[in-house]
Write a new protein. Structure first.
Length: 248
């Protein structure tokens, strides 16, 4: 179901909650990255330094959290088609946020079909947000394992030496460009089953990152026959597609 933005205040949201459908509301702010999605995608396609500079200028930690959870919220809205998903800009709809006692962003509130509050989440936790949707939906949704999984440093070395080409995403959980490029990396993993796509968390696997000379995130490396054939530094979707092509 498409995510809708509330523009008419409490009356519009109240009418939606009073309807026959369960509702999940994302309380966000106009200065948050999700509200500037096109701008952020362009920023993510630039260098990591430019992306981090843009984040520092915002000087808002919650903006980073919102950017990380925004794609998850949109995906859940598409998956749980029996749940109405809406966003409330707290700057434009301050009465709505006050009415629902929203004091931080992102805040998610789930309403059951009878209009009662079924759950509340005041952080950008992917697993808890999924649980919020499961709590109000009647659908049985089977969660798929990601095509690009996280691996340890030792497993990475085994995959590099294997006959199958390998694409590695050296990433970090608090890296905004990493989150912005992640859906594209997953899409390429699904569409290229003949290549191993893996992720390495540089915080948890610092030795692996050091061994391969990783100094910025995200860094993508392509390996074929045990040899590194290409490197891409930065969240560049076009460059990532070209890197994958070289490993094919």
């Amino acid at each position: 179901m498409k995510v809708k933005s509330i523009a008419a205040g409490n009356d519009e949201l109240d009418a939606l909650v009073a309807g026959p459908t369960a509702v999940v509301v994302d309380f966000m702010a106009s200065w948050c990255p999700p509200c500037r999605k096109a701008e952020l995608e362009a920023t993510a396609a630039a260098s990591e330094a430019e992306a981090l500079r843009a984040l520092r200028e915002s000087a808002l930690e919650s903006a980073l959290e919102s950017a990380m959870i925004a794609p998850v919220f949109e995906e859940l809205a598409s998956t749980y088609t029996d749940v109405a998903c809406v966003k409330v800009d707290v700057d434009e709809q301050d009465e709505v946020s006050v009415n629902h006692k929203v004091t931080c962003m992102p805040t998610f509130i789930a309403f059951a079909k009878d209009g009662s509050v079924a759950g509340r989440l005041e952080c950008a936790d992917e697993d808890e947000l999924k649980a919020l949707f499961r709590n109000v939906s009647d659908l049985e949704v089977e969660e798929k394992e990601p095509a690009a999984a996280y691996v340890t440093g030792s497993t990475l070395e085994e995959l590099i030496q294997a006959d199958t080409p390998c694409i590695v995403d050296f990433t970090a959980s608090r890296c905004l460009p990493c989150w912005m490029i992640a859906p594209e990396f997953e899409r390429l993993a699904v569409s290229n089953p003949g290549i191993n796509f893996v992720k390495v968390d540089v915080v948890k696997e610092p030795e692996a990152a050091g061994k391969h000379g990783v100094r910025a995130m995200p860094t993508f490396m392509a390996f074929k026959g045990g040899e590194r054939v290409d490197v891409l530094r930065g969240a560049d979707p076009k460059g990532l597609a070209e890197l994958v092509a070289k490993a094919s």
